[in-house]
Ligand binder design. Structure first.
Ligand SMILES: Nc1nc2c(ncn2[C@@H]2O[C@H](COP(=O)(O)OP(=O)(O)O)[C@@H](O)[C@H]2O)c(=O)[nH]1
Ligand SMILES: [Mg+2]
Length: 209
């Protein structure tokens, strides 16, 4: 029998810490999954959806709000007896500068430092709004992650905003633009939680085994 394993369950989710430089990263050996993407793409909403904890990560209609690296600890229930904690890491959005070029530069340096120096980082989820063609900053980030041998999963967000046909059409446009196969793009909705069990499977495979 080739039955699909049960998706892990999230049984606990708490805020841990915020950091802007390495000596502020929490002292921890827990594996981490980080979320990168343009401001307003839905990073914080996805963290809340995944955690099943509305209001854990602050979401906002105003882009550029998250200016720190925010750590959340989730506990996954693997089976009746086994539970494993891991970290979700919410990063400041790229491609948005409230106070001009200088701020944009500082933000990206600070994201890069985390991505290059965090010893527990196992997976980076790069989020793209499913309704729009990817932008220069999305391609640059994707290329930079690849250059630095960082494992990246592309996630199309806000999938509830499109019909099934439109969604597949957009998914093909996005994967073609990034030069990846369709199965390398995970479609997610933080409103309906579509894609949640697929993402939990990916986390299980990459962080918890
Ligand atoms: N319809 C819909 N709206 C979403 C979804 N995810 C985020 N949003 C909305 O998009 C806006 C930005 O979300 P947020 O999570 O704060 O984005 P962040 O800046 O990347 O952290 C908010 O108004 C959210 O309610 C989604 O899956 N579906
Ligand atoms: Mg946010």
């Amino acid at each position: 029998m080739n039955e699909k394993e049960n998706t892990i369950n999230i049984v606990k989710a708490i805020y841990v810490a915020s950091a802007v430089k390495k000596d502020q990263y929490p002292e921890s050996v827990l594996p981490e999954v980080a979320f990168v993407g343009r401001s307003n793409v839905g990073k914080s909403s996805l963290i809340n959806s995944l955690s099943r904890h509305h209001g854990l990560a602050r979401t906002s209609g105003t882009p550029g709000k998250t200016q720190t690296i925010n750590y959340y600890e989730l506990t996954a229930k693997l089976n009746e007896t086994e539970r494993k904690p891991f970290h979700l890491v919410d990063l400041p959005g790229y491609g948005y500068a409230k106070t001009g070029q200088q701020n944009r530069k500082t933000w990206s340096n600070f994201i890069r430092e985390y991505l290059l120096k965090s010893e527990n980082l196992r997976l980076i989820c790069q989020l793209i709004d499913v309704r729009h063609a990817p932008m220069k900053s999305d391609f640059e980030t994707f290329a930079w992650l690849a250059e630095n041998d960082l494992p990246v999963l592309l996630i199309a967000t806000k999938c509830d905003k499109l019909s099934r046909n439109e969604l597949e059409k957009q998914a093909r446009i996005i994967t073609k633009a990034f030069g990846v196969e369709r199965e390398n793009l995970l479609c997610y909705s933080s409103v309906t939680h579509a894609g949640r069990s697929d993402l939990l499977d990916v986390i299980h495979e990459n962080l918890l085994q």
